[in-house]
Design a protein around this ligand. Structure first.
Ligand code: AQP
Length: 347
């Protein structure tokens, strides 16, 4: 982008900060197809928050390489996530969109935080355990990635972190590390708050409603990607695991499959779960699933169309470069403060 346009964007964003807006930070890993869980838990919040806050939305590619990735595919996925950010409605005039590895401060601050994080607390992170890691050949990066996540957040003096419910423990860790550093060195970091939705905070896998929907799941029908077309969506919904008994009723404990589908229906249609239960009283699973597939298809079709247009338009790299410039500007100020407080460097 031309310097003048960039300055205008920086001024607009800076104006929002001066107006006393809260700062919001969050990110998504470019590890595969962004699914409706990522959308309902996180991206939907990103769009909503940009109206009244100063938002920084990152594509966290350094998290992605905690397990080996094909380099070409990683770069493609990074641009795909950026295009999806725009396609769901994140506006680069209101929000700063950038790629994590384009801002060296993330890695630099992570080291300072790593030296203030404990092996014990990292070992207790349930996501790491759920993924069955911890063997001899698990990368140190995967083990310590919650510290990099803390760095992502603290680097921007973040007030609010919109994320899915699966990230609660990581947000708590970030807050603990920030408070610890503040105690040791005196007021270094702002201690952020997580923001979790009630509906959509935890969308479960379609083939196993006891596990969360995940990008890295092996079965392609276990999730719905934001880029899936109508037939794929219908197939995944119709094959979704349901529970014995044909009643369409929310009961997370005894009917986790149908409860998950009710949550998805509610999040996409805006109707409450009670209203949906009433609508389908006496109807079978088949009717309910058919209509759910239609609701999801209707919501995702415009996103898919916009994604294709953006991906073909060639605007992405400029937006990401501008975003990195703004993010670097903020991060350098934080790093300067951290180095002073910790006694790093020569002043
Ligand atoms: N199932 C989910 N329901 C609600 N929110 C979810 N999120 C992830 N899964 C669900 C939220 O999406 C944001 C981005 O997630 P991420 O890319 O950082 O990685 P993740 O949480 O590890 O997501 P995946 O899909 O499970 O990816 P893989 O398989 O690569 O590990 C986060 O805010 C997350 O809470």
């Amino acid at each position: 982008m031309l310097g003048r346009q960039l300055n205008a964007v920086i001024k607009a964003v800076a104006g929002r900060v001066m107006n006393g807006m809260k700062r919001v930070f969050s990110g998504v890993q470019p590890t595969g197809s962004i699914h409706i869980g990522n959308y309902l838990g996180a991206l939907g919040q990103f769009v909503e928050l940009q109206e009244d806050n100063e938002c920084l939305y990152c594509i966290v590619d350094m998290h992605a390489v905690t397990t080996p990735k094909d380099p070409k595919e990683l770069r493609k996925n990074t641009l795909d996530v950026a295009a999806l950010y725009l396609a769901v409605g994140i506006d680069p005039k209101k929000s700063t969109i950038f790629v994590q590895s384009e801002v060296p401060g993330h890695a630099e601050l992570a080291w300072a935080l790593m030296c203030n994080a404990y092996m014990g607390e990292l070992s207790r992170m349930t996501q790491f355990k759920d993924k069955g890691r911890g063997g001899e050949s698990t990368s140190a990066g995967l083990f310590s990635y919650p510290v990099l996540m803390a760095s992502d957040i603290l680097l921007y003096d973040t007030d609010i972190v919109p994320v899915g419910g699966d990230q609660k423990q990581h947000i708590e860790l970030c807050r603990d590390i920030a408070a610890r550093v503040n105690n040791r060195y005196g007021g270094v970091f702002k201690v952020p708050e997580g923001r979790f939705l009630r509906t959509g905070a935890r969308i479960m896998s379609l083939d196993d409603p006891l596990s969360k929907m995940s990008k890295s799941a092996v079965n392609p029908l276990s999730s719905i990607s934001l880029l899936d077309d109508g037939p794929k969506i219908r197939k995944a919904v119709m094959r979704a695991t349901t529970d014995s008994g044909g009643e369409i009723r929310f009961d997370a404990e005894n009917k986790p499959g149908i409860s998950n589908l009710l949550n998805i229906y509610s999040a996409f249609s805006g109707a409450s779960v009670a209203e949906i239960e009433k609508k389908y009283r006496g109807a079978g699973y088949g009717t309910f699933k058919n209509e759910l597939a239609a609701v999801v298809t209707e919501a995702l079709t415009p996103i898919r169309t916009r994604f294709k247009e953006i991906r073909e338009s060639g605007v992405l790299k400029e937006i990401l470069r501008d975003g990195a410039e703004r993010a670097n500007e903020i991060s350098e100020k934080t790093l300067k403060r951290v180095k002073e407080r910790l006694g790093l460097g020569i002043a």
